[in-house]
Design a binder for this molecule. Structure first.
Ligand code: GTP
Ligand code: MG
Length: 202
């Protein structure tokens, strides 16, 4: 299930403009700054294939990366970036939701949740939206390397993960699969790649 080849293919803002070769794909979505681009780099073992930043709002398009010439990882802009201009934000929301609903080669959405802080309302809203629209989803908890801090609510990543799963239970008939990860220690990398390989072979 390892990545031997990874290349950036294109950036799109409309679903119609995405690659049309029909290869299966997985989209990384989550709050701005949750670590989507970092996770992508960790999965492909490259430092800067997807661009990352300390400042939220770095990724602004639907970015397709072809893996092993046979499937795609898709880096998406984050939601919930308060400093972005309002029209830009609703635009992102529209094009990512249109992409989820209409992209037939999308195998599963990987929803990233920051495990180093208590969950945010907007994360619950997103999980609920995906559940209501019956979009296949895997939960990826990020930043599991971070130690608990008082200013972050004083809970360990494991506790935040439990709390989040409790809160979203009502949105799903069966609980979505979940994986704890860190792009610093590469925790969860092999588990994600294996999970993606299993989903592709269905
Ligand atoms: P947008 O493109 O703005 O939506 O953000 P993003 O979700 O792609 O986040 P990005 O990968 O750019 O990471 C944001 C910040 O979080 C960077 O400073 C990363 O170094 C840091 N970060 C990402 N993943 C981890 C992690 O697993 N552990 C720790 N400690 N920091 C992380
Ligand atoms: Mg990004």
């Amino acid at each position: 299930a390892q990545v031997v080849q990874a290349e950036f293919v294109k950036s799109s803002v409309r679903t119609e403009d995405c690659p049309s070769d029909g290869l299966p794909e997985f989209a990384l979505v989550g709050r701005s700054n949750v670590g989507k681009s970092s996770l992508l780099n960790s999965l492909v073992r490259r430092k800067r294939l997807a661009l990352t930043s300390k400042k939220p709002g770095k990724t602004q398009c639907i970015n397709h990366f072809r893996i092993n010439d046979s499937w795609y990882l898709v880096d998406l802009p984050g939601y919930g970036y308060a400093a972005a201009p309002h029209e830009l934000r609703t635009d992102w929301d529209k094009f990512t939701k249109d992409y989820f609903l209409n992209r037939s080669s999308l195998v599963s959405v990987f929803l990233l949740i920051d495990a180093s802080i208590p969950s945010k309302k907007i994360d619950l809203e997103y999980a609920s939206w995906l559940g209501q629209n019956q979009i296949p989803m895997t939960l990826i908890f990020t930043k599991c390397d971070k130690r608990k801090k008082k200013k972050n609510g004083g809970k360990r990543p494991e506790e935040n993960v439990q709390d989040f799963q409790e809160l979203i239970r009502e949105f799903f008939q069966t609980a979505p699969p979940w994986i704890m990860t860190s792009s610093v220690t590469n925790q969860g990398r092999d588990e994600i790649l294996l999970h993606m390989a299993q989903l592709r072979n269905y």
